[in-house]
Design a protein around this ligand. Structure first.
Ligand code: DI6
Ligand code: FE
Length: 414
């Protein structure tokens, strides 16, 4: 077995998320994957092999690499002015109906060059990586025409090539109605289904399909047309559902076997039961809830009772969640929604990978998964969640290589 080793990580208090047994473990890596996880006491036999490098984790805690399963990371401009308007009393809906909100980001995104979009998104993505993210989902949805949606998705793909993170793309053409289709939402949906989605899928730019099913966005019938198109193209679906009201979004998504439904503040028990039957993950986005000062949290107890896995993500976007901190977002999920520490850690690893349909690659420390993990300078995993504004991240390892190191990291050669 040792001839396959390229690196050995030892002195780790190894704990899969949710597993509180803190014993010293070592992780063997081969071909970018975890080859084995063994007690440190078993190491001497391996250590004699000449061909592997060794890295001393010096008692750090290790978790799987964090998985961001819901972001709108690529966009032009920013909407800091809306923050001020909301503080002065305007609601998200009012701002959206007055031509602000998503549509103003659409204008900025259409005007931005591909390089400018890349540079701005790369800065945000580096913040995520520095807090332990090794896989991220990135949605389109600020182009709302075929050309700009393609531009956004190409930028997302380029981020995955040039930064040390796995990128999964989601087409969100049905995010908002572009100004040129005002009063003609069905015609816009027709464009999405007959031109945009098939063209972008053909170009290999789409891993999954999302829509915004809400009174201020698209109806159940309109989202269903998008899902029918996705199904015809063999693409998995997910849905922005029950964020501001309940118009039957989750019921639609589960009929199409959605990977996830996201937000869910207004989900009812029948929705949660349908999610359980369909194997749909509940993606919680507490930063958006916080920024919009919502008052109705998602029904966490129903998810627990029905055994629906919960994931958490930043929802990083310029309007409702200008958030690039997974750790702060976990804290919000615990403080605002009442998740336990173990639930929050599982939500950012195993369940987030499940929400992307990528459990075979990400989200757990197991032989065969990518060697994606994070070393944390903490005494217990609770510390990951309890601090506000500090990152105890010591090192991020992706595909078996160190891709981010915090100052003070001690590396030993073999
Ligand atoms: N729900 C959200 O959380 C984001 N999009 C959506 O459909 C918000 C996007 C924005 O305000 O720019
Ligand atoms: Fe979103």
């Amino acid at each position: 077995m040792t001839q396959y080793l390229t690196a050995l990580w030892r002195n780790l208090n190894c704990s899969a998320a949710g597993d509180r047994a803190a014993s010293s473990m070592a992780i063997g890596i081969s071909d970018e994957r975890i080859a084995w996880i063994a007690p440190q006491a078993d190491l001497p036999a391996f250590e004699r092999a000449p061909e592997f490098a060794e890295y001393d984790g010096a008692g750090a805690w290790v978790t799987p690499g964090l998985v961001e399963c819901h972001t709108h990371l690529v966009f032009g401009g920013n909407r800091a002015d809306e923050f001020g308007r909301r503080l002065a009393g305007a609601s998200y809906e009012e701002i959206a109906r007055a031509g602000g909100g998503i549509v103003s980001t659409v204008n900025a995104t259409r005007a931005a060059s591909e390089d400018a979009l890349f540079a701005a998104a790369a800065g945000r993505l580096r913040c995520l990586i520095a807090e332990g993210v090794t896989a991220v989902e990135i949605k389109s949805g600020y182009g709302l025409d075929t050309q700009t949606e393609a531009k956004m998705l190409r930028v997302a793909r380029r981020l995955g090539r040039e930064l040390p993170v796995s990128v999964y793309t989601t087409f969100l053409g049905a995010h908002a109605l572009p100004a040129e289709y005002r009063g003609r939402p069905d015609e816009y949906i027709e464009l999405v289904c007959t031109d945009m989605l098939p063209t972008l899928a053909e170009q290999g730019l789409v891993d999954a399909v999302d829509a915004f099913c809400e009174n201020i966005a698209f109806s159940v019938a309109q989202c269903e047309r998008v899902f029918e198109t996705a199904a015809r193209l063999g693409l998995p679906v997910k849905l922005h559902a029950e964020q501001l009201s309940n118009i039957g979004a989750t019921q639609l998504a589960t009929r199409y076997g959605a990977l996830s439904t996201d937000h869910l503040e207004h989900a009812l028990e029948a929705d949660v039961a349908a999610m359980r039957r369909a194997g749909t993950v509940a993606v919680l986005l507490p930063a958006a809830y916080y920024c919009l000062r919502e008052t109705q949290p998602p029904p966490i107890d129903l998810f627990r009772r029905h055994g629906v896995p919960m994931a958490i993500s930043t929802d990083c976007n310029p309007g409702t969640a200008p958030a690039v901190s997974p750790l702060l977002t976990m804290n919000m999920a615990c403080t605002l929604f009442g998740l336990s520490i173990d639930e929050a850690l599982l939500a950012y690893t195993r369940h987030a990978a499940q929400a992307l349909g990528k459990s075979d690659l990400h989200g757990t420390l197991e032989a065969g998964r990518y060697a994606d993990f994070v070393l944390w300078d903490v005494d217990s995993l609770a510390e990951l969640v309890c601090w506000l504004g500090a990152s105890p991240c010591r090192a991020v390892i992706r595909h078996g290589r160190i891709v981010h190191e915090a100052p003070g990291m001690r590396e030993t050669g073999s």
